[in-house]
Write a protein of this length. Structure first.
Length: 453
């Protein structure tokens, strides 16, 4: 590409030089014609003859003719005889002066100005001009072939000294570019050497200042990537650990079912196996919810009516509440919130699901959506057994069921809730529930919350 650019630049310079030379040669033709007209008027048309008749016209570079079109005071009349002019009795127009054997009247028919003519098998660049009083007409021409050779020689002579500079310039430019891109090559190799187990920061101070914003952004990206990988490793390990226990219990219960000799023993083994399978199903569903949450975190937020969403989800939970004899109520006000509907749906469903699971028959669950200055508040409260103050700090830890081995939960619901709350820069607090009993989960979202992830 550099070589092509250099060649194009050289060709452009060559053409520019050629155009300049053509303009100079045209100027010479015009000056020659004006000089011939001046000499004819000064000599009173007494000059008659030619210059260099014995010179071979085929080798002439410049040819010319000077014609007298009329006698002084006469009009142009090709067949009119002139007044007495001494011994020259030729009719007008008469050829006064010429070069070589340019005795043909062919060039006389040319209009004033520049044109192209062919004579004796050769092409000429011709310039013709008539004197102001119309008495004389001078015509000069340059052979196009000789003219082209002269132009090419001059242009080539002007361009030739620069030709050795072209490859030198290309080589120098390649070397400068190669040296200038050395930091980029080094950074490329450094990035290529990174792997999930080697995510240390790039050293910003050792790089050119132009790269500092890029390196700082890469370091932030590496931090996020490291956190994501750590989250994935921790999550995978915890999930494997949590799945191992119910899988072992399920195998044991199936063995007990196979070896049971009495109907009561088989029924008990079946019941325990079904409960274990339900817990495993719930664990898998929660894992899928986490994966879904990862997918929707990059989606854009939109205006959201949290009150309407709460009303919809409470309606879905009514059959489960009625089955356990739980009274589910809702108080919702219009809100001013931006969010991703699927993420907030997951959040509210997990809170309601936890409340329904731990609230005993005949209990109460109340959902409140309210708008306060600068924030939107969501409260899910129940009057169930609640949580001891010493255990509140453990709420939201993954797979932490607070020692409740009889519960069907897997300890992921509140962890998912905390992650969604953090995404919307909200705040989650736990306290006493209804009537001073149970548990109340309170979430405050800033108005016009926008995802930060």
């Amino acid at each position: 590409m550099l070589l092509i650019s250099g060649l194009l630049a050289g060709w452009g310079g060559y053409r520019a030089a050629a155009d300049e030379v053509y303009e100079v040669l045209d100027g010479q033709l015009a000056e020659l014609v004006q000089t011939l007209l001046f000499l004819s008027r000064a000599d009173n048309a007494n000059t008659a003859g030619d210059i260099g008749v014995s010179f071979d016209a085929k080798h002439s570079y410049i040819v010319f003719q000077v014609w007298q079109l009329k006698d002084r005071g006469d009009e142009i009349a090709p067949t009119r005889r002139p007044r007495s002019t001494g011994t020259d009795n030729r009719p007008f127009p008469r050829l006064l002066l010429r070069s070589g054997d340019m005795n043909t009247p062919l060039l006389f028919s040319r209009q004033d100005g520049f044109s192209t003519a062919t004579w004796a098998g050769r092409s000429f660049r011709v310039f013709a001009q008539t004197s102001p009083n119309g008495e004389f007409r001078a015509i000069a021409g340059q052979a196009l072939k000789a003219r082209k050779e002269m132009v090419e020689n001059i242009a080539w002579s002007n361009s030739r000294p620069y030709l050795p500079i072209l490859p030198i310039s290309v080589i120098a430019l390649i070397w400068i570019t190669y040296r200038g891109l050395a930091p980029i090559r080094k950074l490329t190799a450094d990035v290529a050497a990174r792997n999930p187990n080697h995510l240390r920061h790039f050293t910003v101070g050792n790089a050119p200042k132009e790269f500092w914003p890029l390196l700082k952004a890469l370091n932030i990206l590496l931090d996020r990537l490291g956190n994501a990988l750590e989250y994935e490793r921790r999550f995978t390990g915890d999930a494997a650990h949590e799945l191992r226990t119910p899988m072992a219990a399920l195998r044991a219960q199936l063995d007990a079912l196979r070896l049971a000799n009495h109907k009561e023993a088989r029924i008990q083994a079946q019941t325990q196996a079904a409960a274990t399978a339900e817990r495993m199903t719930r664990l898998v569903n929660q894992l899928l919810t986490l994966a879904r949450l990862e997918a929707i975190e990059g989606e854009p937020d939109a205006p959201l009516n949290l009150a309407e969403l709460a009303r919809e989800l409470c309606g879905e939970m009514v059959p489960a509440a009625l089955t356990k004899g739980i009274r589910l109520s809702l108080h919702a006000e219009p809100t001013n919130l931006r969010g991703e509907e699927d993420a907030l749906r997951i959040l509210l469903r997990n809170l309601l699901d936890n409340a329904l699971r731990y609230t005993p028959a005949g209990g109460r669950i109340r959902v409140i959506v309210s708008q306060r200055t600068g924030r939107t508040r969501l409260v899910v409260a129940d009057n169930g057994p609640g949580i001891a103050d010493s255990e509140l700090a453990g709420l939201g830890q993954r797979f932490n069921r607070l020692g409740r081995t009889d519960a069907t939960g897997v300890g992921l619901g509140l962890s998912i809730v905390l992650r969604i709350v953090a995404r919307y820069r909200g705040k989650l607090t736990f306290g006493k529930g209804l009537e001073g009993k149970g548990l109340a989960a309170t979430i405050d979202f800033p108005d016009q919350a926008v995802s930060g992830l």
